[in-house]
Each structure stands twice: as C-alpha cells, then as structure tokens.
Write a protein that binds this ligand. Structure first.
Ligand code: G3P
Length: 272
C-alpha cells in the first residue's frame, strides 16, 4: 500500500518526504490556493516545479487542470505535463470525472481522459463519488481514480441531519442500524466513503481493471485504517493525518518507561 500526501504546502511535502514512507503527492486548486494565501507565492510555476523536485523521481505528483471542457482540459494537461514532467518525470494530471453543472456535456472529463491516455499522459480521475464514475474513468484510460471518501461522509451526514466537524470519524454502523429504508437508499445504498471504496474495489476486481484506487478526502486515521483494510492501493491524506498515524497513548507511555528503565539499568555502558 502506498501513502501520498494531499497538500499544496512545500514545507509539509518536504517534511513528509523526509520520513521515507510517503510515496507521492496530490494537489488540487483549493490546496494550492491555501498554500498561496499562507505563503504568498509569487511564482506558481517555480513553486510547482519545486514540489515535483522535492517529491522526486518515482513519486507521482498530481496536478489539476482548471478548464472544464475537453479541449481546454487536454490543452492545459499537455502544458502542465510539458512544463513540470521534465523536473522529475513524476507528473500525473488530475481531471474531474464529470463536468455536469458547468458544461452542457457531462462527458467532457471522460473524453479528455481518453485523449490524454492515448497521448501517454497519465491521469488521476478526481471527484469520484460513485462506482460507475470510477469504472467510466478507468475505461477511458485513467491510471488512478480518486474516490472522495470524506465528502461522501459529509453528504450522508448532511442528508441525515447529523452534526459533525470535518475531522470527525463517521460511524456508519450505527447509522445503518437506526436508519429507515428511505435513508438507507438515498445515495444508491452507499452510506459512507468506505462503502464507496469497497464497491469500487469489488467492481474493479470483477473485471480485472488495472486503474489504481486512491482513497482521497481522508479526514482522520481511522478512515485511513479502514481504507487500508478495504484494499485501497493508495491513501492520500493531509499532513496532520499522516503525522497522527504514528501516535498512540500507550506507545508514548511505553517509550517514556523504556527510557527511564534504560537509565536505571545503566544501558549507556553498552554503547561506550
Ligand atoms: O484529495 C482530495 C482532497 O484534497 C479533498 O479533501 O477534505 O477537501 O474533501 P477534502
């Protein structure tokens, strides 16, 4: 299983790469905007080049287009790829799976994925909220599909009138136990991001689909753990969530005790 950092912040990305267990980077316009506001980025081209460089060869960096029709997306994807892939040969272009609500034709993203695949440009299909979207993106040639687990949890909780904070773990089991049939079916029976992930994984296995699934929009370590258990090939998570992956109060307590006992046992003599 691979772990990507979902961030547009170069310091976070650099630090995460230094841990030696982070295998790639995903960005999106919102993350780049947040970094831009925080850091006052002046030269975006230079900044994104540096992100590609810090990630380094063999660690994919997803960079998103801003256009919404096929022609624009393909044009921008080629520009992004030509500009940044020279840095460390690690660029993947992020394309939204649907353009419904903006363009007349909701298939603009799918068409763009097909064209980019035929040009050899790797695509990460983003904003995946259903197994069918994931399948269409994979059929069109996406190398990665990114179901947004946290946003599905948000949607289900909002529809169910559940109050929550963004980082809260979502207990679907209790919801299933208490919900009536209408509530159980409003989102095609998918009541959490993890359920979405499981259904995509099962559908891909049925047809031996090669696209890799990136569990995205991860909000807490428990959701990351459940994604791992559900077989996500990749989990992309914010810096703080990855940091929290090493933590447990008993580990903390244990290391303090070992350090104290090592002193008492005169362990230092072993190393002199
Ligand atoms: O990788 C997708 C991610 O950036 C979206 O996360 O927390 O805004 O839903 P979030």
């Amino acid at each position: 299983m691979q772990i990507f950092i979902d961030s547009g912040d170069i310091d976070e990305i650099r630090e995460a790469m230094s841990w030696g267990v982070v295998d790639g980077v995903t960005t999106n316009p919102s993350l780049v905007r947040a970094a831009s506001l925080k850091r006052g980025i002046v030269d975006l081209k230079e900044y994104l080049s540096e992100i590609c460089n810090v990630a380094g060869r063999g660690r994919p960096v997803s960079l998103e287009v801003m256009g919404t029709n096929c022609e624009q997306m393909v044009k921008e994807a080629k520009i992004i790829y030509d500009k940044f892939n020279t840095v460390a040969k690690n660029v993947v272009v992020k394309i939204p799976v649907t353009t419904k609500g903006i363009e007349e034709d909701e298939f603009e993203g799918i068409k763009a994925i097909r064209q980019l695949d035929s040009r050899g440009i790797p695509v990460n299909a983003t904003l995946i909220m259903t197994p069918m979207q994931a399948m269409l993106a994979a059929k069109a040639g996406a190398k990665y599909v990114s179901p947004f687990l946290g946003r599905i949890d948000d949607y289900v909780r909002q529809k169910s009138g559940i109050n929550f904070k963004k980082e809260d773990y979502f207990d679907t089991t209790t919801l299933r136990r208490n919900a009536n049939d209408d509530a159980l079916n409003f989102n095609e029976g998918i009541l959490s991001g993890i359920e979405l992930l499981l259904r995509i994984r099962k559908s891909f296995a049925n047809y031996n689909i090669k696209a890799k699934v990136i569990a995205a929009s991860i909000r807490n370590t428990r959701q990351a753990e459940e994604s791992m258990e559900a077989g996500a090939e990749i989990i992309t998570a914010p810096y703080e969530v990855i940091k929290n992956m090493t933590l447990h109060t008993k580990s903390e307590e244990g290391i303090k005790l070992f350090v104290e006992d090592a002193k008492k046992a005169k362990y230092s003599e072993l190393f002199s």
